[in-house]
Structures are given as C-alpha cells and as structure tokens.
Design a protein around this ligand. Structure first.
Ligand SMILES: O=C(O)CCC(=O)C(=O)O
Length: 340
C-alpha cells in the first residue's frame, strides 16, 4: 500500500519547484500553476515530507503579523484556559475557536506557502479541522507521543487523513518545548513508539511553520526554560473527514462573513461533490452571501468561480462579487440548485 505523504511524484515535483523558485518569498497560486506547466526538477521539501514525514518552512511570516497575533491573543492568555488533562497539558494554555478570537490567525491558516504544500497532500476541498493556540508554560512536561489523525479509525500504514501545521510564534528552542518528532514514523504500520526511538526537537525561529503528516508520531516537548512557548496549529483534513472543531459553529456567521473566501471554504462553507456539506439542499455559502444566487444569474459563472475558488478569478473580482453584494436574497433562502 502507498503510505507516502505525497500521493504522486508529479504532485511533489510541482510544489517543490515552485517553493524553490519562490526562494523564500511568498509562493502564489500563479507560481504553482506555472510550475505545473514546467518540466521535472528537484525534490527538496517534498522529499523531506515524503521521507521524514515533516518539513520546516523557516521564517515565512514577519514580526508585524506575529505582533498582531500576540496582541489579539493576549486577552485569552491570562491563565484561564489551562489544559484539563495531561494531553492538553496542565501547564499549557489552549485557545480553541481561534478565528473567532484572533482574526489575524487567518494569515497563517491561508498562508500561500503552506496552502501550496497542503494542496499536494490532501484532496481539493480539504477543510480546517482544528485551529488552536498552544502556550507551554515553564515547567510543562513532555506530552505523550501521538499522531494527529489517530482518531480516524483506519488502519495504518496509509496516507495521512490530516496535515498539521505548527507555527512558531516564539522561537522554538531545545529547552522551551519545541515540538519533537520521530523522523519517518509516518510510514509505520501499527507499531508504537519504543524506548530507544530517537525523538528529535524541531528547532526553528519565530515565524516558521512546521508541516507534519497526520500520521507522524510527535509531541510537545518539556518546557525547561524560564519563558512560555507560544504556537498556533491549524490542522487540515480531507474534505470527506469530520472536522475536530465544528468550525461553522465555532466561528459565528457575522465573523465568518469578514474572512476571505478561501478561509470561508476551509471552515466548511464549501461542497465536497456531489453534495457533502449542503444546507437545506443548497450551497452553504448562500448563508454568508444571500445575494449569491442573484449575482450568479447576473454574472454567469463568475460568482461561482470566485466562491468555489478554482483559482481563476482575481482578488479584485472576489472583492467585487462578494463584498458589494446586496444584503437581501432576491427569492428566499430556499431557492436554488444543489451544490451550485
Ligand atoms: O505543542 C506542540 O508542540 C505539539 C502539540 C501537539 O502535538 C498536540 O497537542 O496535538
């Protein structure tokens, strides 16, 4: 059975080349599309994920974004949200439903460099399964080793059903609880970790992203430093798998309306063909955009292309078709075709 992270060598090649060419800069959808038309090339980051089960994208967001996220999270990090069991960590704060509390986290969730990798690992229409802040306080002990898609009851070895990203908001150091991984364990069958398995800390500067296959054994390390270690971890799952957090309930509709269409789709305002995710027989985006049906009638396929995100509509067209849409639905919420 194919238990690699990358489902095909061709997929791997596309995003590795695009990453390489981006050379540390933002990786756009356009760059990935362009790469699809080019010939074969190197396999750097893809090999890392495929062979090791994880890859690090160093320093891909700057201090400004990190500062905004810290400021938005500050009201939730006063010691009220300590873990309720050893897995969550009794000296660890966990903030869930993050997009309802810290909107700047959307920049991490939809970061183009990360998205271009996940696009290659999961099927189109994948969802945001979980999205939380993990703040390890001094004295926190190492977490139990686990893999993140373990709650899907499907036998290993297998491709991952989810992909986790752990963003370092603070530097991850050898002694402050940096995430630890067992390299290559994403390929294991039902083997459990044993004494003697090397558990390696992933040391990276603030602003870096660690991308982990959902099948990779890992844990939060012990925080033996004098300062806390803040991470944000968006986790993405196959479009046919249940999300850990019920995102459309976790993020109130009025806030979801403010998010970008790609993030709205990740929350669950999307259809996995032919009809998984419908609401009352219709596309869930109708709940966010009452005028969607009218716009579709007026603009032909434009609204659909934008809202379904096939990547061919420009950002300004997105803004036009979504933000300036009239507030009332022309014909009542129940009108419409399925899976539009
Ligand atoms: O905090 C970390 O570094 C990892 C946490 C983790 O893996 C988890 O809680 O599932």
């Amino acid at each position: 059975m194919d238990n690699s992270v990358i489902h095909s060598p061709a997929q791997a090649r596309v995003w590795q080349r695009a990453l390489k060419r981006a050379g540390g800069g933002p990786l756009t959808e356009r760059a990935v599309r362009k790469e699809k038309q080019r010939g074969p090339a190197g396999t750097e980051a893809g090999e890392r994920l495929d062979v090791k089960g994880y890859a690090v994208l160093p320093s891909i967001v700057g201090d400004h974004v990190l500062g905004q996220i810290r400021a938005e999270l500050a009201p939730y990090l006063g010691g009220r949200l300590l873990g309720r069991n050893d897995f969550e960590g009794r000296r660890t704060e966990r903030v869930y439903a993050l997009l309802a509390k810290a909107p700047s986290v959307a920049e991490l969730v939809a970061h183009p460099r990360v998205i271009s990798i996940i696009d290659q690992l999961l099927e189109p229409g994948y969802l945001l399964s979980a999205n939380l802040a993990i703040n390890l306080h001094p004295g926190e002990t190492a977490q139990a080793l686990h893999y993140d898609d373990a709650f899907y009851p499907l036998r290993r070895p297998r491709p991952p059903i989810s992909v986790s990203v752990i963003w370092a908001i603070d530097d991850f150091t050898a002694d402050n609880g940096a995430t630890q991984v067992i390299v290559g364990s994403h390929r294991w069958d039902n083997r459990q970790p044993r004494d003697g398995d090397a558990v390696v800390p992933v040391i990276m500067p603030a602003g870096s992203a660690l991308v982990l296959a959902g099948t990779l054994w890992h844990r939060g390390g012990a925080n033996e430093s004098a300062a806390s270690r803040l991470a944000i971890t968006p986790q993405y799952c196959q479009p046919w798998a249940r999300q850990q957090e019920q995102m459309v309930l976790a993020v109130p509709q009025a806030l979801a309306e403010q998010l970008s269409p790609p993030v709205q789709r990740l929350l669950g305002y999307s259809i996995r063909p032919p009809f998984m995710g419908h609401v009352d027989g219709m596309h869930p985006l109708r709940l966010l955009y009452p005028a969607y049906r009218k716009r579709r009638r007026e603009n032909g396929d434009l609204a659909a292309r934008i809202l379904e995100g096939d990547g061919t509509a420009s950002a300004s067209a997105v803004a036009d078709a979504t933000m300036r849409a009239p507030a009332r639905a022309p014909g009542g919420a129940n009108e419409g075709e399925n899976g539009e």
